[in-house]
Write a protein that binds this ligand. Structure first.
Ligand SMILES: Cc1ncc(COP(=O)(O)O)c(C=O)c1O
Length: 367
């Protein structure tokens, strides 16, 4: 029996071990650990990669989202429109700044925020739309941008799973007012610890973010604003700079693996639809199936690791009971949560492994 874990990071590490070692040693020898040249270099290179004016490295994707909302002065009394099907951090950021999340159901085909349902939820309190490019798949940004423009709303893109995903060759994260990224180790571009970034084309917001992440100071010990401490450290920045040039080829490999899954899975197995002219970064490869839990156990017994992203839509999470949502409020997301399953997806997955997984799934459904 094969053993195919859900995620294997050491296959990638082995390929770049020497470069990583050199980068970490460079930082150790410099004895400079916070807000130095490594961070500036990574920020410049990631900005170039994205095709955006500014990148600000921070502690995590969650911090990136919180800081985006903060510098846009979104807080108590404000509403932010966001999908109920996402990782919890998207909504945690909204409630962390004191604003109210207004949830939107999923589109049944793309598994992403249903952009046709957004406009009906706009009130005089709405300040921003916070779409999530979930699993690496780009949202319908044209529609979302049209709505935002019409109602004068900010857009904060949660691109924490979508490094390199694009629409018409424009990278996601660069369509809205601000884009946010996570470099959590398992991400397409992953650090070896917590790390994140914010991108923007707005010079004023950039200046605010630079101060906000560093105790609200521009000049040491002179605090113009009330800030926090959220900086991407030099070791993580050096690691990310080593990895960044590989990101494009890793994403191509992920796309090839997605293609292989689609070729070998029986055609009735539902997979995530990618919008026209969109390219997914395939952070995750998600199928939607009946008898999901039994399939998961069957795959586990046959050595294949899978995960569920995510089993409970955010409006039904216990921590948000106070928001007053109930079962049945967002039928598509709730149904989807019962059926979705993420299959192994990493650039180093072999063709034979993908075929083996697909065959097991077909066998389970007697195709
Ligand atoms: C969609 C989404 N948003 C936000 C986050 C938060 O990022 P982090 O774990 O770096 O705080 C993550 C990642 O974990 C994510 O997947």
């Amino acid at each position: 029996m094969k053993s195919i874990p859900f995620l294997v990071l050491n296959r990638q590490y082995k390929e770049i071990k020497d470069q990583i070692g050199l980068a970490i040693n460079r930082v150790l020898n410099s004895q400079y650990f916070i807000l130095g040249n490594e961070l500036s270099k990574f920020e410049d290179e990631f900005a170039k990669y994205l095709g955006v004016k500014h990148v600000v490295g921070v502690n995590s994707g969650t911090d990136a989202l919180i800081m985006a909302l903060k510098v846009l002065k979104i807080g108590k009394g404000d509403e932010v429109i966001t999908p109920t099907q996402s990782f919890i951090a998207t909504t945690l950021a909204i409630t962390e700044v004191g604003a109210t999340p207004i949830f939107i159901d999923s589109n049944p085909d793309t598994f992403l925020i249903d952009s046709d349902a957004i406009e009906a939820k706009i009130t005089k309190h709405t300040k921003a739309i916070l779409p999530v490019h979930l699993y690496g798949a780009p949202c319908n940004m044209k529609k979302i941008m049209d709505i935002a423009k019409k109602h004068k709303l900010y857009i904060i893109e949660d691109a924490c799973q979508a490094h390199g995903a694009a629409i018409n060759n424009q990278k996601v994260g660069t369509f809205g007012t601000i884009g946010t990224f996570s470099f959590y180790p398992g991400k397409n571009l992953g650090a070896y610890g917590d790390a994140g970034a914010i991108c923007t084309n707005d010079d004023v917001l950039f200046e605010e973010l630079i101060m906000y992440r560093n105790y609200g100071q521009k000049k040491k010990y002179y605090h113009t604003k009330i800030g926090i401490n959220s900086r991407l450290d030099e070791i993580q920045a050096a690691i990310l700079t080593v990895k960044l040039p590989y990101l494009h080829s890793w994403n191509i490999k992920r796309n090839n693996i997605a293609e292989l899954y689609r070729q070998h899975l029986h055609k009735t197995i539902k997979t995530q639809k990618i919008i026209d002219n969109g390219i997914s970064s395939y952070h995750l490869f998600v199928i939607e199936v009946d008898n999901r839990n039994k399939l998961k156990d069957f795959l586990e017994k046959n050595g294949v690791g899978t995960l569920i992203h995510y089993p409970v839509p955010i409006h039904l999470q216990e921590c948000y009971a106070n928001l007053g949502y109930k079962k049945g409020d967002f039928v598509t997301a709730e149904e989807s949560a019962k059926k979705i399953l993420s299959l192994p997806m990493y650039p180093e997955l072999t063709e034979n492994e993908v075929k083996y997984i697909a065959q097991l799934i077909n066998q389970f459904y007697s195709f």
